[in-house]
Design a protein around this ligand. Structure first.
Ligand code: NAD
Length: 263
């Protein structure tokens, strides 16, 4: 088996489900040692860890750091460094969504979304960079969204946070450009994960249609391919961006969106 990232230490936030778990699977298959993170139930965490151990990675650790809390974000980095001695790859994947018109969007929801989707990546990058600089190698990949490039109604905090994450990506790329460290962002369209299922269920209930009709209707509205993006495609792209072939790719913003932003 080819393990191009043999022995690299990867921290993937929000990796106990959905896109983050698929990214962790791809990095494990490429030879990475992993620090997982998330705030899901103990059984989901156990499934994620045992699944990864069974497949490829023999070194998989987990942190339940809640990224709404700056102290816990700092602890996540400190625990990774204590356990593995370095951080080579940081994937800022944890993210949350709430959908409501701006007049009824609560301060609490705004703060939570901006904290997890934007402020936590800022803090984690700041804390992880010294380790990357010490080893003269690093890869930072921020999972943004098409909503980092275009907007949709009723997603003010999500769209603002993801646009911010795209800006943060470019800034970090410039600050590390002369070093063997890269920073890029991925902008997926709709991927059918838990985050998406709640939006599909809300549409089905509001329009009294089935879940599958609601899913098709959501795709028809935005994603010309009429298909959901596979989480494994995002895992493959992350692995490529960690490879030697991508050493001159930095500050780039990649869409994986079935044509959404080509319209
Ligand atoms: P998901 O809900 O399946 O997974 C989210 C992960 O984040 C989980 O592991 C969860 O435990 C973790 N998380 C949530 N709050 C956290 C907190 N406070 N601290 C630490 N971890 C926390 O979502 P997903 O669809 O896999 O989304 C992953 C990323 O991809 C997000 O940044 C999301 O914005 C982005 N994205 C998703 C889609 C999509 O259609 N699903 C599209 C574009 C971008």
């Amino acid at each position: 088996m080819m393990t191009p990232l043999d022995g690299k230490i990867a921290l993937v936030t929000g990796s106990t489900s959905g896109i983050g778990l698929e990214i962790a699977r791809h990095l494990a298959r490429a030879g990475c040692r992993l620090m997982l993170n998330g705030i899901d139930t103990p059984s989901m965490v156990e499934d994620a860890i045992s699944g990864l151990r069974a497949k490829a990675a023999d070194e998989v650790l987990f942190s339940d750091a809640d990224l709404t809390d700056p102290k816990q974000a700092a602890r996540l980095i400190a625990d990774t460094l204590d356990s593995f001695g370095a951080i080579d790859i940081l994937v800022n994947n944890a993210g949350v969504q709430r959908v409501a018109p701006i007049e009824s969007f609560t301060d609490e929801n705004w703060d939570r979304i901006v904290e997890i989707n934007l402020s936590a990546p800022f803090r984690l990058i700041r804390h992880a960079l010294p380790s990357m600089r010490a080893k003269a190698w690093g890869r930072i990949i921020n999972i943004a969204s098409v909503h980092g490039l275009v907007a949709s109604r009723h997603k003010s905090a999500y769209v603002a946070s993801k646009h911010g994450l795209v800006g943060l990506t470019k800034t970090v790329a410039l600050e590390t450009a002369a070093e063997p460290i890269t920073c890029n962002a991925l902008c997926p369209g709709y991927v059918r994960t838990a985050l998406m299922e709640s939006q599909i269920a809300a549409k089905a209930s509001a329009e009294s249609i089935s879940i599958e009709e609601a899913a098709k209707s959501i795709l028809r509205e935005k994603q010309p391919s009429q298909s959901f993006v596979a989480a494994s495609d995002i895992g493959a792209m992350v692995t490529f961006l960690c490879s030697d072939a991508s050493s001159q790719i930095t500050g780039s913003i990649f869409t994986i969106d079935g044509g959404w932003t080509a319209q």
